[in-house]
Design a binder for this molecule. Structure first.
Ligand SMILES: NC(=O)c1ccc[n+]([C@@H]2O[C@H](COP(=O)([O-])OP(=O)(O)OC[C@H]3O[C@@H](n4cnc5c(N)ncnc54)[C@H](OP(=O)(O)O)[C@@H]3O)[C@@H](O)[C@H]2O)c1
Length: 184
């Protein structure tokens, strides 16, 4: 059964980017250069699902550098198609407008079990459909006042179990939550 997993950094006030999508507050803090489990996490997943907006930011940031993702990336979008993928990424990225459930069925049939879900709207959409198993949220000690939130409206309460919280010397606080399934 394919399961969704989140590994994301937020400001202390709960934002994943500024409104203009800039993540200077992530880069300038120097905190994320400290090893905080990303390598182990990315090694543990079979595929990465990005929302279209996250993909576009990554595309911009990596225009002059190597594509940083070691696992195939699937981009969810109703406005882009595979023909929009730049030639150097056609073997690394695919674009789909499948619904989250349909996409997970496709991935399941291919035996891809653990999927990294990234992007605020995208995480919310998978979370609300019960497709996220756990979230590792790394909080930076900075308030940015406004921005793109990690979480948004939920049609009903979502309960989580805190598995552990780790404090890093640079000031990062990382919490690992498991989503409590309704039938458990
Ligand atoms: N702090 C961090 O660690 C971190 C991590 C990741 C991203 N970010 C930041 O987050 C920002 C982007 O997040 P976001 O919340 O604005 O957007 P997002 O989730 O990255 O992308 C949203 C878009 O994804 C597509 N999409 C999502 N779910 C879909 C579904 N179920 N079916 C079809 N399409 C779907 C839609 O694209 P269409 O409009 O094309 O249909 C939607 O507009 C960026 O600035 C990025 O840098 C930060």
């Amino acid at each position: 059964m394919t399961t969704g997993h989140v590994f994301i950094a937020t400001s202390l006030d709960g934002y994943i980017a500024r409104k203009d999508h800039s993540i200077d507050w992530l880069e300038n803090q120097g905190t994320l250069s400290e090893e905080h489990g990303y390598t182990q996490f990315i090694d543990s997943v079979d595929r990465i699902i990005f929302g279209r907006k996250t993909y576009e930011v990554v595309l911009n940031l990596t225009a002059d550098t190597e594509w940083p993702y070691p696992k195939p990336v699937i981009v969810l979008s109703s406005t882009l198609t595979n023909s929009d993928i730049p030639p150097h990424l056609t073997d690394k990225v695919t674009i789909t407008n499948q619904t989250p459930h349909a996409l997970f069925e496709t991935l399941d049939q291919k035996g891809w079990n653990r999927v990294y879900i990234d992007g605020g709207i995208t995480i919310q959409s998978f979370l609300n459909k019960g497709l996220i198993e756990d979230l590792i949220i790394t909080t930076l000690p900075v308030l940015i006042g406004e921005g793109i939130p990690l979480f948004g409206n939920t049609p009903k309460d979502i309960h989580l179990q805190l598995i552990k919280t780790t404090q890093y010397p640079s000031g990062l606080a990382q919490s690992h939550y498991r989503v409590i399934k309704e039938d458990s």
